[in-house]
Design a binder for this molecule. Structure first.
Ligand SMILES: Nc1nc2c(c(=O)[nH]1)N[C@H]1C(S)=C(S)[C@@H](COP(=O)(O)OP(=O)(O)OC[C@H]3O[C@@H](n4cnc5c(=O)[nH]c(N)nc54)[C@H](O)[C@@H]3O)O[C@H]1N2
Ligand SMILES: Nc1nc2c(c(=O)[nH]1)N[C@H]1C(S)=C(S)[C@@H](COP(=O)(O)OP(=O)(O)OC[C@H]3O[C@@H](n4cnc5c(=O)[nH]c(N)nc54)[C@H](O)[C@@H]3O)O[C@H]1N2
Ligand code: SF4
Ligand SMILES: [Mo]
Length: 695
């Protein structure tokens, strides 16, 4: 018998509502849920690939214990006991810091991970907590913590009401957007283009540039200088428009005079952008009734990540577009993530042992994880818990991480695959399918371009013998606390926690309201709320916090010859059929033409004697990969482009489809020493490389 049920997709930040068709108990069809008021029927190829994920024969269903080079299925109680006793024993022998944790991207997409991990991590009392956020969005969070007093008072571009959207280093036509949850980009961008302008600043003529009003090609890493010039040009047109901020703006004169003093005469040489273009953008931005500047991966995960995010906030502020409809405004989620008991974005409460990088929001930059594992001495990491993460393919210098993980005394992974990272584990604990679990998206509702809420109920029961993610975390907690002689209170079910979360907010929603709305609830557009919710000590928008001003000073003293030297710089790309490193095993996504190639401008290829399709060696300071090159006129000369998330040729992984794909890992080239200065986010883009033909 055919039945249908509704639930949001949890694979990317767009949280599209989907309609799931079951025949008897088998999932047979998925399509966009036209009745979802937010996503209105949108679906991308990944949404359909949930069918593949559910049926994937490589997906683990029961705990696996490694014995030499073989894996053996074991029971859950035995698995929890092994995990708990090893973590406790290693800490007893070597101190709390000897156990580290790495949390990957899907944690944020599952209530059963995100709401349950903090208490387990607190109990471990280790300084060595790492996550994918420090190869991603830390500069946004850090900037907001410094300027607005909380890392998640994070203004979101009001894409549906703006007239002028200046977008740097983002490609939502492929990625479906980030820190801007907006299902259905094609529809939203089309409406924007009918109303006004979309200007895309990117070294590559991307899928998003292709639907924009204007594409400005910029040299990787050039955005800070571009934004400084833009701010100068805006202030030439007129003074800051601060009427809407009730006098609650501190330090603006200080930062603007610092910016005025920065020499921008090298703009074109360093960035490839002519000064006249910046003057044009400034004039249009200033004249637009409602405008917004936004930057994502391309400007966060590069040498000036924090500085770029800081300058973007200032552009929105001085033009009066911060906290304004059609500009950028924080969401007011039904389950608050900025209230009491949340981490506002602490910094420097401890430092990494080897390099001395400061803590941010309770974590250390993942760029220093390898050295914490590999450098002997007091406080060395000897055991690792990974949860929904694949750092071997996702974080700097994957080869060195491969080696470091081999040296661990114990590693436990909460994951569904034996992949490039988890192959190093002693024990893998696989959660049951998300479709069998109740879920509320506590993070992406908070970053959405409308105020929305939705309870995703389990679509069917868990198969016998499987465990939910939150039960696994509770299981490890109980076993560890018993061995370590610590207090542990297991957390109640997701339904109970979601209910408590709603009660902390002021949306007026409760479980009954969510239960009654299987397609989700729309509470309306974004509203100004930042000013009323500022959590800075002064109660003002802080425009000149010391760590951000320091970045400006450091920028003013940068080595200009380095940027203008003309060497090749590597940048990344995403494809609509990819999801970081872990969905290449889905036949629906992996099929079709190869997509792993290094793209280069034909002039750069000719200069190196390369023809289309040639095998090349790509070298960076830390590593070398061999891959295929493909000519692309849409790429700026001097720039090469490689997708991340490949590299499935490593031995001993059990991904039968993915391991047949060509393609090496971008992060076998990235440099752990390349971190931006503000918060230690990895600089994966704008990486200096050399390319030559393989003979
Ligand atoms: N060069 C380069 N590197 C990058 C990026 C880039 O643009 N360029 N992007 C960065 C970004 S933005 C991110 S977010 C990171 C991602 O970095 P990671 O999070 O480390 O990597 P993912 O590829 O998302 O790996 C997800 C892991 O979760 C597992 N998994 C999937 N579903 C579940 C589940 O339901 N439960 C559990 N427990 N496990 C699950 C998968 O098997 C996989 O091991 O990569 C970063 N790395
Ligand atoms: N299909 C698909 N969707 C995804 C993902 C995926 O892997 N595949 N990953 C998800 C995740 S975890 C995230 S965080 C989001 C990311 O979402 P986006 O930020 O939209 O992702 P990217 O496609 O990496 O876009 C970064 C853009 O920056 C450009 N760029 C690189 N260096 C520079 C630079 O120095 N300056 C400027 N101005 N631009 C630069 C690149 O050419 C690229 O077009 O996507 C999410 N959605
Ligand atoms: S856009 Fe994102 S949320 Fe929507 S179907 Fe695709 S992967 Fe899922
Ligand atoms: Mo990400």
């Amino acid at each position: 018998m055919r039945t249908t049920a509704f639930r949001a997709c949890d694979l990317c930040e767009a949280i599209c509502g989907l309609e799931f068709g079951f025949e008897d108990d088998a999932l047979v069809a998925i399509r966009g849920d036209a009745a979802d008021p937010f996503s209105q029927g949108h679906i991308c190829p990944k949404g359909n690939a949930i069918i593949d994920l559910e049926a994937d024969p490589d997906r683990l269903r029961v705990p696996m214990l490694r014995e030499g080079s073989r894996w053996r299925a074991i029971g859950w109680d035995e698995a929890f006991a092994i995990a708990g006793s090893h973590l406790a024993a290693i800490q007893q022998a070597h101190g709390p810091a000897s156990v580290a944790a790495y949390l990957g991207n899907p944690n944020v997409h599952h209530f059963g991970h995100i709401a349950y991990l903090p208490s387990l991590l607190r109990m471990l009392r280790t300084p060595n907590i790492f996550s994918a956020s420090s190869v991603d969005q830390w500069p946004h969070q850090f900037t907001c913590a410094q300027m607005y007093g909380h890392q998640f008072l994070l203004p979101i571009p009001d894409i549906d009401h703006t007239d002028y959207f200046l977008m740097l280093g983002a490609n939502p036509m492929a990625s479906n957007g980030s820190l801007m949850t907006a299902p259905g980009f094609p529809r939203r961008l089309k409406a924007l283009m009918a109303r006004g302008k979309l200007v895309v600043v990117d070294p590559r003529h991307t899928e998003t540039a292709a639907v924009s009003s204007q594409h400005i090609a910029i040299r990787p890493g050039g955005d800070a200088l571009f934004l400084i010039e833009l701010l100068k040009a805006l202030l030439e047109i007129g003074p800051p428009r601060l009427d809407g901020y009730a006098g609650r703006v501190a330090g603006l004169d200080r930062v603007l005079s610092e910016i005025a003093g920065i020499d921008t005469t090298s703009l074109e040489a360093e960035t490839g952008v002519a000064p006249a273009i910046v003057v044009q953008v400034a004039a249009e931005f200033h004249a637009a009734p409602r405008a917004v500047a936004y930057g994502r991966m391309g400007v966060s995960v590069q040498p000036w990540g924090t500085l770029c995010q800081y300058l973007l906030q200032l552009v929105n502020l001085v033009t009066g577009n911060l906290d304004r409809v059609g500009g950028s405004l924080p969401n007011e989620p039904a389950i608050p993530i900025t209230g009491p008991g949340t981490n506002p974005g602490t910094r420097g409460r401890w430092h990494s042992r080897v390099r001395g990088l400061p803590e941010f929001a309770g974590e250390l930059p993942v760029a220093c994880m390898i050295e914490e594992i590999a450098t002997p001495g007091l406080g060395q990491v000897r055991a690792l818990l990974t949860c929904a993460g694949n750092p071997v393919l996702s974080t700097p210098d994957g080869r060195a991480l491969d080696n470091a993980l081999e040296g661990l005394e114990f590693m436990v992974a909460i994951d569904i695959y034996i992949n490039e990272t988890t192959r190093h584990a002693d024990l893998i604990l696989p959660p049951a399918s998300p479709l069998t679990q109740d879920h509320y998206d506590s993070i992406f509702n908070a970053f959405a371009v409308r105020r929305v809420a939705r309870l995703n109920r389990a679509l069917h029961d868990r198969p016998e013998g499987e465990r939910a993610d939150w039960e696994i975390i509770n299981g490890i907690g109980a076993a560890y606390s018993a061995c370590a002689d610590k207090q542990w209170r297991p957390l109640p079910s997701p339904r109970e926690l979601i209910d408590t979360g709603l009660a902390r907010g002021d949306s007026g929603l409760d479980m009954q309201a969510l239960d009654a709305a299987p397609h989700g609830i729309d509470l309306g557009p974004l509203r100004p709320s930042l000013l009323a919710r500022l959590q800075t000590a002064s109660g003002c928008i802080e425009c000149a916090p010391a760590p951000l001003m320091d970045e400006l000073t450091r920028f003013a003293a940068r080595d200009v010859s380095d940027a203008a030297s003309g060497g090749l710089r590597l940048i990344g790309r995403r494809h609509v059929r990819s999801n970081n490193s872990w969905m290449h095993n889905a036949p629906r996504l992996a099929k079709g033409k190869p997509r792993h190639q290094l793209l280069m401008h034909p002039d750069d290829m000719a200069a190196r004697g390369l023809c289309d399709g040639a095998r090349v060696s790509v070298r960076s300071r830390v590593g070398e990969i061999h891959t295929d090159v493909q000519a692309d006129c849409g790429l700026m000369p001097g720039v090469a482009c490689l997708p991340h998330g490949f590299g499935h040729g490593r031995p001993d992984i059990q991904l039968s489809r993915a391991s047949t794909l060509s393609g090496e890992s971008y992060n076998d080239l990235t440099d752990p020493l390349a971190v931006e200065g503000g918060c230690g986010n990895a600089a994966l883009n704008a990486l200096p490389i050399e390319v030559e033909a393989l003979v």
